[in-house]
Design a binder for this molecule. Structure first.
Ligand SMILES: Nc1ccn([C@@H]2O[C@@H]3COP(=O)(O)O[C@H]3[C@H]2O)c(=O)n1
Ligand SMILES: [Zn+2]
Ligand SMILES: [Zn+2]
Length: 243
């Protein structure tokens, strides 16, 4: 599968767009998270919302869901379609009640399912999004009292939601055959609600070799050469992931 980051920035980054991605297999395009800057970054990458086949959501922060209102409106009023939305079953209600309802509600439209073809998925179960794209949600720790789910694609590509450092999970994933990890990274410690670079540098080198850093702040260039064996993912570059 191919992955192109439409943005690689942290929530407050201005040089880099929100940390959202496009996964593509055989022409099928899966958007991974849809933040505030996504409508612009999707356009800059040469795509329209109508080019997307589905969206997958990790958690309720605006850099991950803030572009969904425009996605819904464009699909309804410009293209006359309901986009397919994969989301944890536990986040379906919060996405509507706490995030989208204010902007999208209009008589007689007053439910998430009026705008999206909602496909709720359960943590820990494998789902086929496309014959060549399977996803499993792994609940990972981000903010107290807030659910957040990282993604395991095709049993061997781990894409972190925003998450605190969890070295035990990363070691387990590698033991289970994961060969590529895209991980959020707070460059300056403490990480607080993200994995910090210092924490990620405590990983053994054979794991670091498999780690690509994303969701970074505008000072990323100061850290080039200071990330051990880990590499930065670059906005708009296309990466081929062997799965
Ligand atoms: N307890 C919190 C909550 C949030 N934040 C910051 O707000 C951002 C929201 O998007 P994010 O990408 O999860 O990153 C969060 C922190 O920068 C934070 O630093 N501490
Ligand atoms: Zn974020
Ligand atoms: Zn977050």
């Amino acid at each position: 599968m191919q992955i192109q980051m439409l943005g690689t920035g942290g929530a407050f980054a201005k040089k880099y767009s929100n940390n959202n991605a496009l996964i593509e297999v055989e022409g099928f395009k899966l958007l991974v998270d849809c933040g505030i800057t996504l409508p612009r970054s999707l356009h800059d990458a040469g795509y329209s919302f109508n080019d997307l086949d589905a969206v997958l959501i990790s958690h309720m922060h605006a850099d991950h869901v803030g572009g969904l209102e425009e996605y819904a409106f464009q699909m309804m009023f410009r293209y006359g379609k309901k986009p397919v939305l994969y989301i944890a079953d536990t986040l379906v209600e919060p996405l509507w009640e706490q995030t989208l309802r204010g902007g999208l509600t209009q008589e007689p439209l007053n439910a998430l399912s009026d705008f999206f073809d909602v496909r709720p998925i359960k943590e820990g179960e494998s789902y086929e999004i496309h014959p060549e794209i399977r996803v499993k949600l792994i609940r990972t720790d981000h903010i107290a009292g807030k659910l957040s789910y990282s993604f395991l694609f095709n049993e061997n590509f781990f894409y972190s939601a925003d998450m605190k450092f969890d070295g035990g999970l990363l070691k387990e994933l590698i033991e289970d055959g994961v060969s590529t990890i895209f991980h959020d990274c707070q460059l300056v410690s403490p990480g607080v609600v993200h994995a910090s670079l210092d924490e990620l540098l405590t990983l053994p080198e054979d794991i670091q070799e498999k780690v690509w850093l994303m969701h970074y702040n505008d000072n990323m260039e100061e850290f080039v050469g200071r990330t051990g064996k880990m590499r930065f993912v670059e906005q708009f570059a296309v990466y081929e992931i062997k799965t």
